[in-house]
Write a protein that binds this ligand. Sequence first.
Ligand code: SF4
Length: 255
Amino acid sequence: MGSRMGKRTSLGLRIGRRRVVWGMLKSGDPETGSPPMLKHSFSSVKDFAGCARRFHQVRILKRFKSEATDATLYGERVHKAFELYLTQDTPLPEDLARHKTLLDQLRATGREIHCEKKLGVTATFEPCDFFAENVWFRGIPDLLMLNAERTTAWIGDWKTGKSARFADTSQLELMAALVMAHYPTVQRVRGMLAFVVAGTTVSAAYTRDQLPEIWSKWIGQVDRIAQALGNDVWNASPSGLCRFCPVTKDACEHR
Ligand code: SF4
C-alpha cells in the first residue's frame, strides 16, 4: 500500500513537471531571449481568474497600479501589529487589543513561530528564495508554526473583511504546498483563515501525499495564463469589481 502510494505520488509529480515545462515554454525563457518566465502567487492567479484584461494591464504591462484603500490599509496595520506582538512582544494598539486572547493562545502552544515568512518554489517544485530568478510560485503565510520535530505545521492567514461568506481555502492549500517544499519533514499542514473582524475561522488540513493533486490544480490555473500570454488574448470580464479597477477607458471598453 505504502509503495503504491509512493509510486502514484512520484507519477503525479512527473506529470506535473511535464506540464510545468510546457507552461514555461509557452510563457518564454530568458536564455532564449523570449519574455521572462512569469512568477505566480495566489493573488496573481486569482486576479487573472477575476479579469484577464486587468491582470495584463496591471501585472504584466504595469500600466496601472491599484490604489490603497481604507480597507487595505487597515489590513496591513493588523498584519503588522500581529506580527510584532507574536515575534517581539510589542503590545497591540488599543483598538486591536481584543485579539490578544487569540494571539496568546497561539504563543502558548510553544511552537516555533514565523510571521510573514517568504517562501518560493521553482517550476520543478524545489524550494527556493522568494526573490530567486527561477522562482515559479511564491507565498507568504501570515503565520507559520512548527512542532518541535517539524513534522506538523500550522499556517494562519489574517482576514480583515467583515464576512467569511466568500472564504477561499485554496490559499491555504497553496501555502501548505510551499511549506512542505521548504520543510521536507513536515507531513501534515493545518491551515486557518482567521476572520478577525467577523470573529470566525475557516480551517482545512493537507497531507504530503496530496502534493501531486495540489500542484496539478495550480498548474492548471497557470496554464490558462500561459495560454493567454502565448495567444496575447486578454479577455475583459466585467463585474461589480470594475468600480475598483485602475484600468482606464483606452485599455478597457467596460470603463
Ligand atoms: S474595468 Fe472591469 S472588465 Fe475592464 S479591466 Fe477592469 S475589471 Fe476588467
